[in-house]
Design a protein around this ligand. Structure first.
Ligand SMILES: Nc1ncnc2c1ncn2[C@@H]1O[C@H](COP(=O)(O)OP(=O)(O)O)[C@@H](O)[C@H]1O
Ligand SMILES: [Mg+2]
Length: 430
């Protein structure tokens, strides 16, 4: 007899209509505590509707791994569903490229679950200026991306450089951007901005020098061009596109560069999907098919760095997706080890939470704040009762107003996120 599936993230009407079709098999329900704990019903998560998902947990508890499971499931849906979806994974740590490789290291574990290792046809995109670096270490890159200078607002630059609108630096940036736009329209590069700053008679020398320094440093990010990569290029139906921004770990303004990329990407995805919705409506009305981008799942690690308590160039664009992404069909999946540091609106909008073990009081309080309305048990007690296994998590489902204890399934594809050990494991092929 088939064991009944638990479907989360889906309302009653959709369950009636679709059953468990178009869901992600993320793991199994854990029943019982401690020694007695065992795995029972499969847990399936809706992925065909837009969601705001939070994946939380302390370092090393399985967050990145769990997000990878959800991405895998989307990429392995039946073709007619998969075609209408896409995944953009903002990879802050540079770990998701390995998804092309089958997870041989967990073959035995997968077998216990009745599964087999399998590599996925992901596409790895890296900043244009860094393609060679990846290839040098033997990572095959599928494409590179750039940002169009003209798509960045004065505010984007100001925030990325850590200035404010009101200080002389901010004012000078605003003036320079306005001028290059008047002179060149959308066709300008960093050198044009630098020239503009240098020619500005109203700005004092020290400020100019500082700005020229910043813009020159930005040129070394290997990112900016006159024409940027379009969302259409980055999004492919049924495919996971990994946008690797990990390189900026080594740059001093690392997080602000990454925020700039994420912010711009979020804005473009939103605009593109708004257009796509219109075309989709048109298709339903007139039966005429237009080429549009599929619904998007935007996933990001270290989400509190982008939509945290401190504003970044990514904060507003991401909050727009989080608050208004439902209509254009955009899902946002935020991974964080510090839910307590997430922007309160981002936290409040999450309708699905997968939380691995957390211990900091502020983080537990953050989860409690979202779910208190229907929760009888306390998060802390539930957290304490979680088996001490990698991938064990609580699932808080706002749609069914229920909480489950979950063991996330093993990955089909290779996970590169484990912490290194000084004792090397025996190689796979030797
Ligand atoms: N569901 C799971 N099943 C089996 N092993 C897991 C699972 N989740 C995590 N792990 C193991 O735990 C390690 C750390 O997980 P990871 O997701 O990288 O942690 P973090 O929470 O820091 O992102 C992984 O490399 C993997 O070996
Ligand atoms: Mg991680």
């Amino acid at each position: 007899m088939a064991v009944e599936k638990i479907v989360i993230g889906r309302d009653r009407e959709d369950i009636k209509k679709y059953g468990a079709e178009g869901t992600a098999f993320i793991g199994k329900h854990i029943v019982g505590k401690g020694e007695e704990a065992h795995l029972t019903n499969p847990i399936h998560m809706d992925v065909i509707r837009p969601h705001v998902v939070l994946v939380a947990g302390k370092r090393g508890t399985g967050k990145s791994y769990s997000a990878g499971v959800i991405a895998e499931e989307i990429a392995m849906l039946p073709k007619e569903i998969r075609e209408n979806l896409s995944v953009i994974m903002i990879d802050t740590m540079g770990i998701y490229w390995s998804m092309k490789t089958p997870n041989e290291k967990d073959r035995e574990l997968l077998k216990k679950w009745g599964l087999k290792p399998k590599g996925l046809p992901i596409r790895l995109y890296v900043p244009k200026g860094w393609v060679k670096e990846y290839e040098k270490v033997g990572v095959k890159v599928d494409g590179s991306f750039t940002l169009a200078c003209s798509e960045l607002t004065a505010m984007d630059w100001i925030m990325t450089f850590g200035f404010s609108m009101l200080d002389p630096h901010g004012i000078a940036i605003e003036r320079a951007i306005k001028q290059v736009k008047t002179r060149f329209g959308t066709d300008y590069g960093i050198q044009d901005i630098i020239k503009q700053v240098e020619e500005d008679k109203r700005t004092e020398k020290a400020v100019k020098d500082a700005l020229v320094n910043r813009f020159s440093a930005a040129e070394d990010w290997g990112l900016f061009e006159r024409k940027g990569t379009t969302v259409k290029e980055l999004v492919e139906p049924g495919i996971i596109t990994v946008i690797d921004v990990s390189h900026y770990m080594r740059v001093s303004a690392g997080w602000s560069v990454r925020s700039m990329i994420v912010g711009l990407l979020a804005r473009k995805v939103f605009q593109e999907r708004l257009m796509a919705r219109k075309a989709e409506e048109f298709e339903v009305m007139a039966g005429e098919r237009r080429k549009t981008i599929p619904m998007v799942w935007l996933m990001m690690d270290e989400a509190h760095q982008f939509v945290g308590t401190e504003p970044t160039a990514a904060t507003e664009p991401l909050l727009t997706l989080i608050k208004e992404g439902r209509e254009p069909g955009i899902s946002v999946l935020m991974i964080t080890q510090r839910p307590g540091k997430l922007h309160e609106d981002a936290l409040a909008q999450a309708d699905l939470i997968i939380s691995h073990r957390l211990t900091a009081e502020a983080d537990i309080r953050a989860l409690r704040s979202i779910m208190q309305t229907y929760m009888l048990e306390d998060i802390q007690d539930l957290m304490n009762a979680l088996p001490r296994l990698k991938g064990a998590a609580l699932v808080l489902d706002d749609n069914s107003e229920r909480i489950y204890t979950l063991q996330v399934r093993p990955r089909f594809s290779w996970h590169a996120g484990g912490s290194p050990a000084a004792i090397k494991p025996k190689g796979l092929f030797g």
